[in-house]
Ligand binder design. Structure first.
Ligand SMILES: Nc1ncnc2c1ncn2[C@@H]1O[C@H](COP(=O)(O)OP(=O)(O)OP(=O)(O)O)[C@@H](O)[C@H]1O
Length: 606
């Protein structure tokens, strides 16, 4: 099975529309499952801190106007008291602001945890990760969406959180204060100014969201290319493929940078709009204040009282404008959040859809295999039957040409089956159907034995090693040692490593439990990897071992020895292989002849 690279994906241009809102609300359901959840409690704390901070900010904002008063009146005692009060308020404000930031950071971690764990639950359910990565091509780079996009989404959202929750309160309060100073003129002109700013931003933001999504996809493609080289460094080096890979990797980089440049050109207009809004806003506050002054409303005030009043009113108006400016500034963050929302939402929808389909039986997971047993299957079939296939037809995904047609087959204990045939005739595909990775196009497939390490165990063509110690490789996919084996487990593992011809590996890893910082694929030869897979097989001792060319890198003698040990341990084999020498370990041979044809023969015991 090859790793499929991300390809071009269909799909419309993502925008800030109803679909965005739906996807955003879907994600919010994960972040706030209930109001007693950790995120919700932190959110409430943030609200309290932000409200307190606003109270202090208001007091700090009035300090300059009070200074105008005490300095204008040459009031020394008033000046000392005011300075002391100012220092206390400023210390308090700094602390509250830092605590506000700290709570936002905690929210970020909590949201990231909830969202990633939620996606993991869907992704690792049954074989969804396989189907999504290998069989479907409508969602690009699921790994990037789960790791990077979720991280950025949560970071941006948490940076917006404090401003967003406090905005309704500050807007109402400062609108009221502004109305008191300038009557209806101040609030109306500031609101009009904000509406204008929003309309302009909305227009320039649409194309930015779409570009951002495209940029994220290209970012994933670029990273994938590097990962491909990392995984295949050795074959690439044998091909002296540095030059061609350099060219291809640079090509992906160029595509990414081109999109980034286009994104930045589009963002330029947004930045111009935002900066202009910010700076024009500071003048607007004086224009609004100037009107009542020039119309003589404050004609009876002394110059000191007037400057104090102008300072106070300017603060109130400017703060109201600042509230709006912050909302407009949030548009840039919101455009990022919208991009990530679409990518995460799309993944979530696909995962949910696949989970639903798996419940309908399209992608079966381990626990659901029982449901696939036909009516009367287990009752009428002897207990020693593992697979029962009736008139099964197998096609490769997105192809209607059958690889295997009308195959009827029963695989029972002690009746090992050898599958042979030319390249591409569907040998591995048949195993995929037996393993539930692919659905058959027609006919019925019943798996009557327990799936899992002690029932039916698959050794794929490409050995799979997890990260971790030598012990973890041998006992995989078990998480821990046999409960009843206790301290004898070490002895068993050592014995099976020896039987697989890998005793020397224990010295290399300096013990079974020594953490190694290497990649198993880089340090083991293909033959050693296959031997290690057999050590795993001997350790787990399944009833049925499904082996897909599991000895292709080994000599005939070693292959026979490994099969012999497996046989002694009581395993029934379902093997894909080409060597005739394998026949003596099997009772039946299924030869796939291409174009859907097949032959099943019993091997004569000599
Ligand atoms: N994920 C996939 N999507 C589309 N086609 C696929 C996929 N996997 C396999 N195929 C195609 O299905 C056909 C059968 O593949 P399969 O792996 O079963 O061949 P095989 O008989 O095991 O070959 P080999 O002896 O080379 O291992 C091939 O033509 C292959 O290209």
């Amino acid at each position: 099975m090859a790793i499929r690279g991300p390809g071009p994906r269909p799909g419309g241009r993502p925008r800030l529309d109803l679909q965005f809102l739906q996807r955003f609300l879907q994600i919010q359901k994960v972040l706030f499952p209930s109001w007693s959840s950790q995120s919700a409690l932190m959110f409430l704390t943030l609200l309290c801190v932000a409200l307190l901070e606003q109270l202090v900010i208001y007091q700090v904002g009035l300090i300059p106007s009070q200074y105008f008063g005490v300095l204008g009146n040459k009031d020394l005692n008033g000046f000392k008291t005011l300075t002391f009060l100012s220092v206390v308020l400023i210390v308090l404000q700094s602390m509250l602001k830092s605590f506000d930031q700290f709570t936002c950071n905690l929210l970020y971690v909590s949201w990231r945890k909830d969202l990633t764990e939620h996606l993991h639950r869907l992704y690792f359910r049954g074989r969804v990760y396989y189907t999504l990565n290998v069989l479907r091509d409508d969602v690009d780079n699921p790994d990037q969406r789960i790791s990077q996009d979720v991280e950025r989404f949560c970071r941006q959202l948490s940076s917006m959180a404090s401003k967003l929750i406090i905005s309704p309160f500050t807007l109402v309060y400062y609108t009221y204060q502004c109305f008191r100073s300038t009557s209806w003129l101040g609030p109306v002109s500031i609101f009009g100014y904000f509406i204008l700013g929003t309309v302009v931003n909305r227009v320039v933001m649409g194309p930015i969201v779409a570009k951002l999504v495209q940029q994220e996809k290209l970012e994933g493609d670029f990273r994938f290319k590097h990962m491909q080289i990392r995984v295949n460094a050795e074959p690439a080096a044998f091909f002296r493929a540095g030059h061609v890979e350099h060219m291809r990797t640079d090509r992906r980089l160029q595509r990414l940078l081109k999109t980034q440049r286009e994104l930045m050109s589009k963002e330029l207009w947004l930045y111009i709009g935002i900066n202009m809004f910010d700076y024009l806003g500071s003048i607007l506050s004086y224009i609004v204040i100037a009107i009542p002054i020039f119309s003589g409303i404050y004609g009876d005030l002394s110059p000191t009282e007037l400057s104090s009043l102008v300072s106070k009113n300017a603060f109130v108006c400017m703060y109201l404008i600042n509230c709006f400016s912050q909302l407009i500034d949030l548009c840039t963050t919101l455009s990022d959040v919208a991009g990530y929302t679409h990518r995460i939402g799309e993944l979530q929808e696909t995962l949910l859809d696949m989970t639903l389909k798996s419940q309908d039986g399209e992608f079966l997971d381990e626990s659901q295999w029982d449901l696939a047993r036909g009516p009367g299957g287990p009752a009428t079939e002897p207990a020693d039957t593992a697979f029962l296939l009736e008139r099964v037809c197998i096609c490769a995904p997105s192809s209607h040409k059958p690889l295997i047609k009308d195959l009827s087959l029963k695989i029972s204990e002690g009746q090992s089956l050898l599958i042979t045939g030319n390249t591409g005739t569907g040998k591995t595909s048949l195993l995929r159907v037996l393993g539930g990775l692919w659905a058959s196009a027609r006919g019925s497939v019943q798996m009557l034995a327990d799936f899992g390490p002690h029932g039916v165990l698959f050794l794929p063509q490409k050995p799979f090693f997890t990260d971790g110690t030598l012990r973890e490789q041998v006992i995989y996919p078990l998480k821990e040692i046999y409960p009843d084996s206790g301290s004898t487990d070490d002895e068993r593992i050592m014995r099976f490593l020896e039987l697989a011809g890998l005793s020397s590996l224990v010295a290399r890893t300096e013990g079974l439990d020594q953490q190694v910082d290497w990649n198993w694929y880089d340090v083991l030869s293909p033959g050693e990897m296959q031997r290690l897979s057999f050590a795993r097989l001997f350790y787990l001792q399944p009833k049925y071992a499904v082996l897909d060319e599991a000895t292709s890198a080994l000599t005939e003698e070693v292959e026979s020895e490994l099969y012999r040990v497996g046989q002694q341990l009581g395993m029934t084999f379902i093997s894909v292989g080409h060597r005739r020498s394998l026949e003596k370990f099997h009772s039946l041979v299924l030869r796939l002849c291409g174009d859907g044809r097949w032959e099943l023969t019993r091997i004569k015991v000599e």
